[in-house]
Write a protein of this length. Structure first.
Length: 364
């Protein structure tokens, strides 16, 4: 049997035209549509999650802005309320003092109260002159400031510019402790230590005198010394803070120009801190003129001309010593004394504030 041979002019084309047995073409391979769908679904989910995240972030930012704005509004309202409370307190005290203090001026007379020299509220013919009381408060406060402010300022300079750090750590707490001592303790120390010393000095100075009325040491000098010590913590702490707040380049420039350390302190640093120092003086005056308990123990509480070795009475001690048993006109006059004290403090604050503003304008 013969094999039949097929003649093919181009066998390669024929072979390529018909695929080999068992081999699949691209058309024959089935497309995996499930994988494509999963991929598209994942891409859609990712886009959806991303959009949701961005939306949540925008909502959170919006909520954060609302919360911050709400906190700002609430804080401003609280601050405003507290400011109005402070102002209302000052106005209320002022109105109350004028309401209680003015009637006695009309009842007794302004001249009889402010310029009278006799204080006898319980006599058959009462007298309510407080001129010596006013002068005592002014003179005593002025003397305490003259003594206390230089000591306090120099101590502040020592702490801020001169003292080594170790020594400053010892002195500073002692001064702060001095500020925390109750005024009654100052009075007790004054009556037990200072008054006997003043009495010895009084006996030496007025030995053989037939006109001097001995006070046992309870006199104006004792009161002034106690007040001078009591205002020291206020003057020292505020002055020191003001001195430390002066920019360091002021000192560096002064030293670079050839000035000594002491010259720099008194010519540069202290003038630059004068606003804070004046504030310390104002607070010191307020502390001195408003003190009552310690002065009651050491001053003697007698209405006299404010001479160094006279027993004297301050405005505050006049109120404290007689308010308990006063009545009617007597009580109203004591409120007038409080009004006078209040007005003095207001005037002092206004004057010193005006001085501070003028100083700031001159510096500017």
């Amino acid at each position: 049997m013969k094999a039949e041979v097929i003649n093919c002019p181009n066998p390669a084309i024929e072979i390529a035209a018909e695929p080999a047995a068992g081999k699949k073409t691209d058309r024959d391979v089935p497309v995996n549509t499930d994988k494509r769908n999963d991929k598209a679904l994942r891409m859609t989910e990712n886009k959806f999650e991303k959009s949701n995240f961005q939306g949540d972030a925008q909502i959170n930012i919006f909520k954060g802005k609302i919360t911050k704005n709400l906190i700002e509004v609430i804080a401003k309202v609280i601050f405003t309320i507290f400011a109005f409370v402070a102002v209302a307190a000052v106005i209320s005290i002022t109105v109350y003092m004028f309401i209680k203090g003015i009637p006695a001026l009309g009842e007794v007379g302004i001249a009889q109260i402010l310029f009278g020299t006799v204080w006898a509220p319980t006599a058959a013919e009462p007298h309510f002159g407080i001129l010596y009381v006013i002068l005592t408060s002014l003179v005593g406060t002025a003397m305490a400031i003259v003594i206390g402010v230089p000591i306090g300022l120099l101590t502040a300079v020592f702490l801020a510019e001169v003292a080594p750090q170790k020594l400053s750590k010892v002195v500073k707490p002692a001064i702060e402790l001095l500020a925390g001592i109750p005024s009654i303790v100052y009075g007790l120390i004054g009556i037990m230590v200072l008054n006997p010393l003043m009495f010895k000095l009084e006996k030496i100075i007025f030995a053989g005198s037939t006109t001097h009325q001995f006070t046992g040491g309870s006199n104006l000098i004792s009161a002034v010394l106690v007040l001078a010590v009591m205002i020291l913590p206020t003057v020292i702490n505020i002055s020191e803070s003001s001195l430390r707040a002066v920019p360091k380049h002021y000192k560096a420039a002064s030293l670079a120009m050839g000035a000594t350390h002491i010259q720099t302190i008194f010519k540069v640093i202290i003038p630059a801190a004068k606003s804070g120092i004046l504030t310390a003086v104002v607070l010191g005056i307020g502390r001195a003129i408003g003190e009552a308990m310690a002065i009651t123990l050491v001053a003697g509480s007698a209405v006299n001309v404010p001479l160094p070795f006279n027993s004297v009475r301050f405005l505050t001690t006049a109120i404290v010593s007689e308010m308990a048993y006063s009545a009617d006109t007597h009580r109203r006059v004591l409120f007038t004394i409080g009004l006078v004290l209040f007005v003095f403090i207001m005037i002092i604050n206004l004057v010193l504030n005006r001085m501070m503003k003028k100083g700031e304008k001159a510096d500017g």
